[in-house]
Design a protein around this ligand. Structure first.
Ligand code: AMP
Length: 210
């Protein structure tokens, strides 16, 4: 199954992607994660990418598409994939349509104030990628799964968050029109388990029809 997950940063799409990946045996491809990995490996490309990410701006399409193309060629994408964070604009969507078809576009929605709150409080485990919040009861600053110290992403600082959400509003919303009836909008205001239950039902129905 070839899935696109749309949703602002902090909408919970990363968590949903991980669950879909486990249940439907398709890899989660997050262009944000790929970029952060490139930055860690310290190269000219990494420096270039960092100069966009750290200011909440989109990495230029030519770099993003090259990185995505390479990832989609890997053998684990043969039975499908979940794109998390790609496409971010219409040009990227058009380029993607030349590389691969798409079965469903899941649009995860959350009100703006809630998004801002989630991002400011978000903390991440550098080792296993688990996401925690300073607002959860029992928050210790260490990963619940592997005990590693949690960190705050550079672009999860309040001033950068505003830019990122603005970029999202301007560039991603038109994608919903672009994909038309392939889009299934799901509100993530309920509990994460309830939201995922709805997502899973959509995907199982789609699989049954295929
Ligand atoms: P994310 O982890 O999806 O919030 O992405 C973090 C940052 O990576 C974004 O703010 C952008 O700077 C960059 N990024 C991720 N995906 C893309 C994309 N499809 N196109 C351009 N930049 C991207």
């Amino acid at each position: 199954m070839k899935i696109i997950l749309l949703g602002a940063s902090g909408s919970g799409k990363g968590t949903i992607a991980k669950k879909i990946s486990a249940d439907f045996k398709v890899p989660q491809i997050s262009t944000g994660d790929i970029f952060r990995d490139i930055i860690k490996r310290k190269s000219t490309l990494g420096e270039q990418v960092k100069s966009y990410i750290n200011y909440g701006k989109l990495v230029p399409d030519d770099i993003t598409l090259k990185v995505l193309r390479q990832r989609l060629k890997r053998v684990d994408c043969q039975n499908g994939f979940i794109l998390d964070g790609f496409p971010r604009n219409i040009d990227q969507a058009k380029s993607l349509s030349k590389i691969s078809d798409i079965d469903i576009v899941l649009n995860i929605e959350l009100p703006l104030e809630e998004l801002e709150k989630r991002l400011v409080n978000r903390r991440i485990c550098a080792k296993c990628g688990d996401i925690d919040s300073t607002k959860y009861s029992g928050f210790t600053g260490y990963c619940r799964k592997c005990g590693t110290k949690l960190f705050q992403r550079d672009d999860d600082k309040p001033e950068i968050i505003k830019t990122r959400l603005e970029v999202y509003k301007n560039q991603v919303s038109p994608l919903i029109n672009f994909y038309g009836d392939k889009v299934q909008t799901v509100s993530n205001s309920a509990s994460p388990d309830e939201t995922y239950a709805r997502v899973k039902t959509f995907l199982l129905n789609l699989e049954a029809k295929a």
